[in-house]
Ligand binder design. Structure first.
Ligand code: ATP
Length: 291
């Protein structure tokens, strides 16, 4: 095999709770992750010349070791002492620094691609074990779908997929640092914790209303105060007919869940027309195989 293509899918958190801050500074989370049908494309090609050659259509992104794709490729290639090289071309669509795990998903896709391209024979579990060294979301991104994620994000339990729905995903033009959000979260003082167990139950009952009624993200306590546009987008989405709307991860991306595709399209248009977000997608959940 000389080349392989991989898709790197984005995720949203339909529920995100933080249980406590551990003495080592990591936060213990309890969240429900959901893959959505927004993806980056990676093309991986073998080169005779050793090394990792990364290129992308997005000038904002580094193409050196600062890019998670580079680190993921290097990790596997050093581990297996590969003597050839690889050229990786990234077509970026997932909003950057958005709370959609774009970097982690790219890294996971690079790991899957390198594993196949160089016939390394790693199992998914082995890739997850290696990948967590690069980022807590990478084990999830290697498999995707609907998952309960606990610990620092590495303890994964598959959940039933939600019923099909239309999603509006909007990334306002602000940059939110994950470190800032967690750094300003007072996990011990949180007044409200989303009902993650109840949401898991609603997922197993295929009860979309029950799922949406339990949507909650404790990180909004930090982000919404700092960036009111997040709340504005949530309210617009709900006024426009969403079952519910929520910020994903550490933000600033907001998503709304709709059963009516026309209402979803109208909401997306209103968000764009009012200049509340520069990147707006109408999409859906994605629960098929990662490849
Ligand atoms: P998370 O949901 O895991 O917090 P995120 O959506 O907030 O992720 P990313 O888009 O993954 O954030 O990236 C955040 C930072 O990581 C960016 O500032 C970017 O420079 C760097 N980065 C490194 N590699 C990548 C990559 N392949 N894609 C996107 N960002 C990357």
């Amino acid at each position: 095999m000389q080349q392989i293509r991989q898709r790197a899918y984005a995720k949203i958190n339909i529920g995100l709770d933080v249980l406590r801050r551990r003495p080592d500074g990591y936060h213990e989370v309890k969240m429900i992750m959901q893959t959505v049908d927004i993806y980056d494309d990676l093309l991986l090609e073998k080169t005779f010349k050793p090394g990792i050659y990364l290129q992308t259509d997005n000038a904002e992104l580094p193409v050196n070791r600062d890019n998670l794709i580079y680190r993921a490729a290097a990790l596997l290639m050093e581990e297996k002492k590969v003597t050839e090289g690889v050229k990786i071309t990234l077509a970026k669509r997932i909003p950057i620094a958005a709370g959609m795990a774009g970097g982690s998903s790219d890294a996971a896709a690079a790991m899957r691609g390198i594993n196949t391209l160089f016939d390394m024979g790693y199992s998914v579990e082995e890739l997850q074990h290696l990948g967590v060294k690069l980022g807590a979301d990478i084990p999830y991104c290697l498999v995707g779908g609907t998952m309960l994620s606990e610990g620092i994000g590495e303890i994964l339990t598959p959940l039933p997929a939600p019923p099909d729905a239309h999603l509006v995903v909007a990334k306002p033009d602000i940059n939110v640092s994950t470190a800032f959000v967690y750094g300003n979260l007072h996990a011990e003082q949180l007044q409200y914790h989303p009902d993650i167990d109840g949401m898991a139950q609603a997922l197993s009952e295929k009860n979309l209303r029950g799922i949406c009624d339990r949507m909650g993200n404790v990180l909004e306590t930090v982000t919404v105060r700092e960036y009111p546009v997040i709340e504005e987008i949530k309210q617009l989405m709900c006024r426009a007919g969403a079952y519910n709307a929520l910020m994903s991860g550490s933000g600033p991306t907001v998503f709304g869940i709709y059963t009516d595709g026309t209402k979803a399209a109208e909401a997306a248009k209103m968000i764009a027309d009012e200049n509340l977000a520069g990147q707006v997608f109408v999409t859906g959940f994605y629960n098929a195989e990662m490849n």
